[in-house]
Design a protein around this ligand. Sequence first.
Ligand code: BGC
Length: 339
Amino acid sequence: MEIFKEPFGKLSDGAEVSRWVLINEKGLAAKILDYGATIQSLIVPDKNGNPVDVVLGHDTIEEYVAGDCYLGATIGRVGNRIGEGKFELNGEKYELFVNNGPNHLHGGKKGFDSFIWEAEREGDFVVFKRISPDGEEGYPGNLEVSVKMGWKENSFTIEYEAKTDKDTVINLTNHSYFNLNGAGSGDIHSHTLEINAEKYTVCDENCLPTGELASVSGTAMDFRTPKLIGKDIENDEPCVKLSRGYDSTFVISGHPFAKATGDLSGITLVADTDQPGVQLYTANFLTDSRGKGGLECGLRSAFCLETQHFPDSIHHPEWPSVILRKGEIFKSFTSYTFV
Ligand code: BGC
């Protein structure tokens, strides 16, 4: 495994940003910024053996800082939505920044995606670490968090670990935008996608779960057998229509939980995790659309498979819990395997 670090510009306050490059024996490459522990590139061979960069990203740190679409970033402390940005834990009320309609999204005003993380090589992997201080973005507890990323053969793996000195909430994910035909090669309507999920979280007009877990059967949300992403994307199904495409959490019911193939490249992504859900987001509101190499990455030019707990779980005690207690160790993994 070849691993090296190189400069990737500076923030406006002069802080230096680095990029880690990991290339395995088969030539599969990953480029990860310490800014946001952000996956900038994943380069894998297509059906003819030619290298293809399958994730959206930018060439400069300035574009990452200016962007608001979280391209490739690590999301925390709580990814996805918290209704009205409020919650109660151990009888204490907490108020968070509201940045998505009436709700809190992806950790708030300055989430984990907008910090420079400490990073070091650990064997074949790079580990990104930070301490999110007590009260950051309104969340309780000093949270020590690490994200270990790298290749295991043709699997790009992400392992999260966290501990807190006070009970808190946590829902970490990675926000990579995949286009298996290559970043900047057009929309993903002709990609085939299969998701091992019998149910999804029904949402209101602000994409906040109502609490109902509905069957995918007979709906646009049914990906139990391989289907073109574009097939039902204009469907009248409220979840799809309101979001101008897919932006819903699926309840994972088997493993690996998803498989997608780029029609032009023949590249197949097999995704797995130990998390209970996955947000399928088809880049319905992509605003920072100037991608690497100046290629335009517009509406629906990628899809995200954000592995996570169900959104707003803190308000749904019947769902798997996002509470991390003092003294407990939070651990989770996600893998993206290219075949
Ligand atoms: C959310 C979308 C949001 C996107 C970018 C996704 O995880 O579900 O609603 O637009 O992230 O912020």
